[in-house]
Design a protein around this ligand. Structure first.
Ligand SMILES: Cc1cc2nc3c(=O)[nH]c(=O)nc-3n(C[C@H](O)[C@H](O)[C@H](O)COP(=O)(O)OP(=O)(O)OC[C@H]3O[C@@H](n4cnc5c(N)ncnc54)[C@H](O)[C@@H]3O)c2cc1C
Length: 481
């Protein structure tokens, strides 16, 4: 790998990878540095997976502009990158007549922001489209352009597409310092130093630390934890829209939503914490999730929970997306404070930042660029004839490894072998869903470990859950034979 690039992006979440894909349209050399072992390991891996309509953010703010544009771009992006996405619409539910004014204000803000086709529905109209809505419902703001997406595939596909168009990625490579030497930026990392013309800071909850290395105007991020409960696929159809309560100063509140894979997701809470990397789920968090969910959805079978997880928002003190060249730091570009709706906004942030950088470095478009990137082949999405033909040619697609999600050995091998392939159990899980089902990997984990060990030619006791020190087995407890 070279040590000198035109552009270095710090962080391989959706923000960094969306920018990388857009920059890969231009003639330039670009490197993404990531401190973890894979893409999609930060905030982008643990969120609600909602493509927001765009009525929440303050009119005229970058958050509002990027949300509206990102939502608009999402359909074509998901077609190009084979990302599961459904525009199922959202309902912001009012359960107290005294709060009706808040719904009208939200609607007015949405109209001012440019959200299409919103309307306020009354109790009977809501019941018709959402039979399990709370009996206390008074009215709701309906936004048909809201949707649900697979957040993992969004992040991974953006990275794969950037990679196939020439962007380099380096993992397990933590940026420890950034400084300027003449016209060049020097990026020090845990695996050596790199030089470049432009740095793009997409470090999520660490983006203030990276920015503060170079600029006198300081930023401050508060990590804000959100706990979730994921319910079994047997509840598919219990709710049909993304159901939000009315928003508060801490965010959009506890939602209940179907996921693109047929689970029901409930959460998140919003609690400010110290750690920027660790977000352990708490019992208190989960009970708040339950309380919040049943306020809006009656009879939700919360005992059907298959797992709990949490994510960390990168809340900057100003509460706005910061997407700019840092003051007094020519060639150093910030993406700071990318909290919700960052997932929705990522296609727009990619477009916006790539344009700024292309102008700054006078980049020219490439003659050939391939924006299409297909997901892992999924035999159970094929017709019976197609599946039989695939298995005949590649028998590994006939061997089921994950029984809950019906994931085959062929899919796992593909996930490991493709560019920027999986290196750990979690990497396989995010690319194929092996281990995401009802048993949460209880049956398939040892078999996935065997495949990882064989494909990556590493001993079984070196296979990790998510890189670093997350080893699963430490050694033999019995002698062979
Ligand atoms: C609970 C919750 C719910 C959300 N729900 C939604 C939603 O429904 N819809 C929506 O639109 N948005 C949602 N969001 C927001 C969305 O998930 C984020 O805006 C988005 O994922 C941020 O992506 P990112 O790339 O900026 O950050 P990240 O995904 O965190 O990526 C940053 C990367 O930088 C790396 N990094 C950090 N420091 C260094 C370093 N020194 N060197 C190298 N690498 C480094 C990290 O390891 C990480 O991989 C939610 C967020 C949370 C927490």
């Amino acid at each position: 790998m070279k040590s000198s690039y035109d552009i270095i992006i710090i962080g391989s979440g959706v923000t960094g990878c969306a920018i990388a894909r857009e920059l890969s349209r231009y003639e330039c050399s670009c490197l993404v540095l990531e401190k973890d072992e894979d893409v999609c390991t930060g905030t982008s891996k643990a969120n609600s997976g909602i493509v927001h309509a765009g009525y929440d953010a303050k009119t005229g703010s970058l958050k509002a502009r990027m949300n509206i544009r990102g939502n608009m771009l999402m359909t074509s992006l998901c077609e190009e990158l084979d990302i599961p996405f459904k525009r199922i619409g959202s309902l912001v539910v009012c359960t107290d007549e005294a709060n009706r004014k808040g719904i009208s204000e939200l609607c007015a803000r949405g109209i001012a922001n440019g959200v299409p086709d919103m309307k306020i529905l009354e109790k009977d109209e809501i019941r018709e489209i959402e039979p399990n809505i709370s009996d206390d419902v008074v009215c709701a703001l309906y936004a048909p352009t809201a949707g649900i997406i697979c957040p993992f595939r969004l992040n991974i596909a953006l990275a794969e597409c950037a990679s196939q168009n020439g962007v380099d990625f380096k993992f397990n490579c933590e940026v420890t310092d950034v400084s300027k030497l003449g016209d060049e930026w020097i990026v020090e990392t845990s695996s050596g130093s790199f030089e470049c013309q432009a740095v793009i800071n997409c470090a999520g909850t660490h983006a203030d630390e990276i920015h503060n290395m170079v600029s006198d105007k300081k930023f401050h991020i508060t990590p804000r934890r959100g706990d979730y409960m994921l319910l079994d696929r047997s509840l598919d159809g219990f709710v049909k829209h993304v159901i939000f309560p009315q928003p508060t100063a801490m965010g959009k509140g506890i939602l209940v939503t179907p996921t693109v894979h047929g689970n029901t997701l409930v959460g998140p809470t919003a609690v400010d914490i110290e750690s920027r990397d660790e977000a352990p789920v708490t019992a208190d968090g989960l009970s708040k999730v339950q309380e919040g969910a049943i306020k809006n959805v009656k009879g939700l079978p919360l005992k059907q929970v298959i797992t709990g997880f949490s994510g960390l928002r990168a809340h900057e003190d100003g509460g706005e997306f910061i997407l700019e060249e840092a003051e007094g730091c020519k060639g150093f570009f910030d993406c700071v404070g990318i909290e919700s709706p960052g997932l929705t906004a990522c296609p727009a942030i990619g477009e916006y930042m790539a344009l700024k950088i292309a102008e700054s470095l006078s980049l020219k478009f490439k003659k050939f660029w391939n924006g299409i990137c297909k997901d892992v082949v999924k035999p159970f999405e094929l017709s019976e004839e197609e599946r039989a033909a695939l298995i005949k040619e590649h028998p590994e697609y006939g061997r089921i490894i994950c029984r809950c999600e019906t994931i085959t050995e062929g899919e796992i091998i593909d996930a490991i072998r493709r560019p920027l392939g999986a290196k750990s159990l979690d990497g396989v899980k995010r690319r194929t869903r092996a281990g995401m089902g009802r048993c949460q990997g209880g049956f398939c984990s040892p078999r996935v470990m065997d495949i990882l060990s064989r494909e990556l030619n590493m001993p079984l006791d070196k296979v990790t859950k998510s890189g670093g020190g997350s080893k699963i087995i430490l050694g033999r407890t019995k002698n062979e034979g």
